[in-house]
Design a protein around this ligand. Structure first.
Ligand SMILES: C[S@@+](CC[C@H](N)C(=O)[O-])C[C@H]1O[C@@H](n2cnc3c(N)ncnc32)[C@H](O)[C@@H]1O
Length: 349
């Protein structure tokens, strides 16, 4: 990173907070899939109180049911992707990286990684997944402020617990010994209490600011990732150019781009391409409307070879639907338009 100045992005993001007990760490996954954890516990207690279940005389069938209830609960806690602090969310980036055609587990060892637009809720979770897999350093960048340092710290504890306990599933192929060795500079007794002092900030850090103004040194980064980010900045080409500038030759990139009209997340009846019907000068609330497949040209133009494109979500587009779109979308070919969400795997030339 370059010299700090008055306009430099904010790196003082970890206030000396007063961490509390485990119970006092706010858990954003308290409310999952519409089921409150408290409701599940209440259900369990009511069965015990009503003597439907008697703890002293629980039979095999009831013990199994109790086990199932606990499994359901832990599955909800550990495996709900929409929850930004869940281990599933923290480990999603590592899962994507493993699909990169140039990735090998050995390649990641000792690497410096940047997560652009990491969000303010759990800004370090995805990078911590990469550290557990062998990366040396992770830097998360976002314009948003950190929502709660205690939640961000606790998410790291939860991610490692999910890997060590096996709750994250065998697909990640991380050995417990390796994970313990790679994370030994973190203090997990502090992270368990939501104390950010447990984070080894020489290896994992958050920079609050616009990525394009962060001033990373040229050719200093081995891996740049972004998840649901590139569809947001009004001028994404400048950001892709900055990624090209700071990536070392041979550096890898993984970019998940969500080109849907984001109103679908508030109203499922909205067509995912409805926003293309409006003229280009219509101010959109949060998306630049660049089509995911258009990023192929952008990355190629700024020093990257696009190694693979995965069409994550496609929709049927016919001439009639396309005729309703505004320019330039009305003149685009149907295949380009039909890809709504994509993953791009790139390598710096
Ligand atoms: C939809 S969120 C994605 C957050 C996270 N990657 C995730 O998957 O949950 C997009 C993020 O990009 C950030 N962002 C947009 N433009 C940015 C820029 N120029 N530099 C840094 N962050 C930016 C926003 O603040 C927002 O947190």
């Amino acid at each position: 990173m370059g010299e700090e100045s008055e306009t430099a992005p904010d790196r003082a993001w970890l206030p000396a907070g007063a961490p509390g007990s485990v119970a006092s760490v706010p858990r954003t996954n308290r409310h999952l899939l519409g089921v409150e954890t408290a409701d599940l516990v209440a259900e369990l207690l009511s069965r015990l109180r009503s003597r439907e279940w008697d703890v002293r005389r629980l039979k095999t069938r009831e013990l199994k049911e109790l086990g199932q209830l606990a499994t359901d609960l832990s599955t909800r806690v550990h495996d709900v992707a929409p929850n930004r602090c869940s281990p599933a969310k923290s480990l999603a980036l590592l899962r994507k990286l493993r699909q990169h055609p140039d990735f090998t587990p050995e390649w990641l060892v000792g690497k410096t990684c940047v997560d652009v637009g990491c969000g303010g809720v759990s800004p370090l979770g995805a990078l911590f997944g990469l550290l557990m897999a062998g990366a040396e350093r992770g830097i998360g960048v976002d314009m948003d402020e950190l929502v709660d340092p205690r939640v961000a710290a606790r998410a790291l504890y939860d991610a490692r617990a999910a890997v060590i306990s096996g709750a994250s599933g065998p697909a990640l192929q991380l050995s417990v010994e390796d994970v313990l060795a790679r994370t030994k500079s973190f203090d997990f007794s502090k992270l368990a209490l939501g104390d950010p002092a447990g984070i080894d900030r020489s290896r994992l850090d958050f920079v609050r600011g616009a990525f394009e103004a962060c001033g990373f040194d040229e050719s200093s980064v081995d891996l740049i990732c972004s998840q649901s980010f590139l569809e947001h900045p009004p001028e994404p080409e400048a950001l892709v150019a900055e990624m090209g500038r700071i990536s070392r030759p041979g550096a890898l990139g993984v970019h998940a781009i969500d080109g849907a009209d984001h109103r679908v997340y508030r109203d499922a009846s909205v067509h995912p391409l409805h926003f293309l019907e409006f003229p280009a000068d219509r101010p959109d609330d949060c998306c630049n409307r660049v089509r995911p497949l258009d990023f192929v040209d952008l990355f190629e133009r700024h020093g990257f070879e696009v190694r693979e494109v995965v069409h994550v979500t496609t929709v049927e587009i016919d001439e009639q639907l396309r005729s309703r779109f505004a320019e330039p979308y009305r003149s685009m070919d149907l295949e380009r338009l039909s890809c709504v969400r994509a993953k791009l795997f790139v390598r710096r030339r």
